[in-house]
Design a protein around this ligand. Structure first.
Ligand code: COD
Ligand code: ZN
Ligand code: ZN
Length: 374
């Protein structure tokens, strides 16, 4: 017999580009291989704006939220990895652990590891509105619902000493930004690093560069308010891309040698960013594309520019995350006081004020706004 549905509250996307409505809904489940999670904190990430505005395919009506942490309340049949009371973070990938990519430590690229159709792995829904209509679960997570059902494979248990608002950010922004620098660019002591776009993800990249021992950390943004934030996080230089010639500024700041890594994390990566980034690299430097580049079909960089200085361009969506290794690694650094994740939290919002958190993110007022559930 199917379990009784549970009532809860979720921020529901009903139309692309429109504010979400905070509604009473019901949750059904967990089914086999799934877990019922009571959300405690959910970060509002730059990607959530793209989702709300319809730039990423998302099932409507549906519930977004891919950067959260909470407490396990119930486990479905066959789940042995977690028990009620465990503290968990959500991951927007659901790795099987067995396919070729998983076996080779590339779990982010698990075949079938991305639930992007709004349904769970069995094709069904777990969230329903007050009229009984099914609601899509974004990436199988729906972290903007106070109670949600997630695949056990998308959850990582964490130490219950870690504040869940901090853990929530490791779920996406911290893993993406720190991982882009440490795992993907392979930044090491003495390297010079440029981070373009100081949102939550770019800020995490700056922290990753600090932890990796970078010498110069140069932040490029179009919002001059980000200069002070950059310096508080450990950046050594700031370039205002609206008023300064970026390539020349970076060249001067790196004694004419160029950077070892350029991380592209503006909310929209545009064609000219690639040219600027490659021009800003030194010998054997690497450009890491983190931000999405909607509607673009080519990178306008002359191949000779790559060949001559052994430069490379690489993309990443989740900072080369290996969940089993990295979630704990970033939280260990936090607990040791070496990765001050709490500094990314600009403001906390009640669940009912979630649209304000989106508006503040869009206006550039937040590194991270975090929804705190009661
Ligand atoms: N040059 C420099 N900085 C810029 C420019 C520009 N041309 N345009 C905007 N910026 C700055 C903004 O002022 C802001 O400071 C920053 O870029 C963007 O920050 P946020 O807070 O809006 O966004 P984040 O940090 O939360 O997210 C940024 C992403 C790049 C990750 C996101 O927008 C994105 O593109 N996601 C798609 C990729 C993806 O899915 N990644 C995995 C899940 S997040
Ligand atoms: Zn994200
Ligand atoms: Zn797999």
């Amino acid at each position: 017999m199917a379990p009784e549905p549970t009532s809860t509250v979720a921020a529901v996307m009903r139309a692309a580009g429109a504010p979400m409505t905070v509604e009473s809904i019901t949750v059904q489940g967990p089914a086999a291989g799934e877990v019922l999670v009571e959300m405690v904190a959910a970060g509002v990430c730059g990607s959530d704006l793209h989702v709300r505005d319809g730039q990423y395919p998302v099932a409507l009506p549906g519930v977004g939220g891919h950067e959260g942490a909470g407490i396990v309340r119930e486990v479905g049949p066959g789940v042995t990895e977690l028990v009620p009371g465990d503290h968990v973070v959500q991951l927007f990938v659901s790795p099987c652990g067995e396919c070729r990519q998983c076996r080779r430590g590339r779990r982010t690229f698990c075949a079938g590891g991305r639930l992007d159709g709004g349904t769970m792995a069995d094709g069904g829904h777990r969230l329903f509105d007050a009229d009984g209509q099914p609601l899509g679960s974004h990436l199988g997570l729906a972290g903007f619902s106070a109670l949600t059902v997630c695949p056990v494979r998308s959850l990582v248990r964490i130490d219950s000493d870690v504040p869940l608002e901090v853990a929530a950010l490791v779920s996406c922004g911290v893993s993406t930004g720190v991982g882009a620098v440490v795992n993907v660019a392979g930044v090491g002591p003495g390297d010079d690093v440029v981070v373009v776009g100081l949102g939550g993800v770019g800020a995490a990249a700056v922290m990753g560069a600090v932890v990796a021992g970078a010498a110069r950390i140069i932040v490029v943004d179009v919002n001059p308010d980000k200069e002070a934030l950059a310096s508080q996080l450990g950046a050594t230089h700031f370039v205002d891309a609206r008023t300064e010639p970026v390539v020349e500024a970076i060249s001067t700041m790196t004694d004419g040698l160029g950077a070892d890594a350029v991380v592209l994390a503006p909310n929209q990566v545009r064609p000219e960013h690639f040219g600027m980034a490659v021009e800003s690299l030194g010998v054997a430097g690497v450009v890491v594309q983190v931000g999405g580049a909607h509607g673009q079909d080519a990178i306008p960089v002359a191949p000779a520019k790559l060949m001559g200085g052994q430069k490379s361009i690489v993309g990443t969506t989740f900072g080369g995350l290996d969940p089993a290794r990295d979630v704990g690694r970033w939280l260990d650094l936090y607990q040791a006081g070496r990765l001050p994740i709490e500094r990314l939290i600009t403001r906390r919002y009640a669940h009912g004020d979630i649209n304000e958190a989106f508006a503040d993110l869009e206006a550039g007022r937040n590194l991270r706004g975090v929804v705190i559930y009661q």
